[in-house]
Design a protein around this ligand. Structure first.
Ligand code: RP5
Length: 161
């Protein structure tokens, strides 16, 4: 089966965090590709990959980057597929730089931006799954079961003093 989701990241150094997106997609049985593609270090490759994603069967793109994090915006400029941006935590500004660079897209080219770091990576995958589930009833059921599991876990929490 061909990949439905593309997980892109600006550097191999993002992989430790972005593995959470890949693991979540895996848990739901979603075929996906994990690729390092940089908006500034490999601009042509990145543009070609984003431009050809739709015709290759990709339905959602997750793009993660840190610092002057323009990857998601550049990818969104080359495709009409939904692009979910994940700001990576940076050493100097703790990801605030990445968050603002990813989220502040001028009107016209949207990037759906998630939280900084691992929660964002996990939620980007869950949001991608929710998008895919719109036309896949079995995925919808899987998502419902996942939510129910979380609720059950919370209900069982016991705090000791
Ligand atoms: C961005 O710069 C990457 O997405 C990464 O988060 C950040 C630092 O990259 P490295 O210098 O670790 O390769 O392009």
């Amino acid at each position: 089966m061909s990949a439905l989701v593309a997980v892109m990241m600006g550097s191999r150094s993002d992989w430790d965090v972005m593995r959470a997106a890949s693991d979540t997609l895996e848990k739901f049985g979603i075929e996906h590709e994990n690729r390092v593609l940089s908006a500034h270090r490999s601009p042509k490759l990145t543009a070609d990959y984003a431009s050809s994603a739709e015709q290759r069967g990709i339905e959602v793109i997750i793009a993660a980057a840190g610092g002057a994090a323009h990857l998601a915006g550049v990818v969104a400029a080359h495709t009409i597929l939904p692009v979910l941006g994940v700001p990576m935590e940076s050493a100097s500004l703790k990801g605030l730089d990445s968050l603002l660079s990813t989220v502040q897209m001028p009107g016209g080219i949207p990037v759906g931006t998630l939280a900084i770091g691992k929660p964002g990576a996990t939620n980007a995958a869950l949001l991608a799954i929710a998008i895919l589930a719109l036309k896949r009833p079995e995925l919808k059921e899987h998502l419902r079961a996942f939510r129910a599991e979380q609720a059950e876990k919370i209900a069982k929490e016991v705090l000791t003093r």
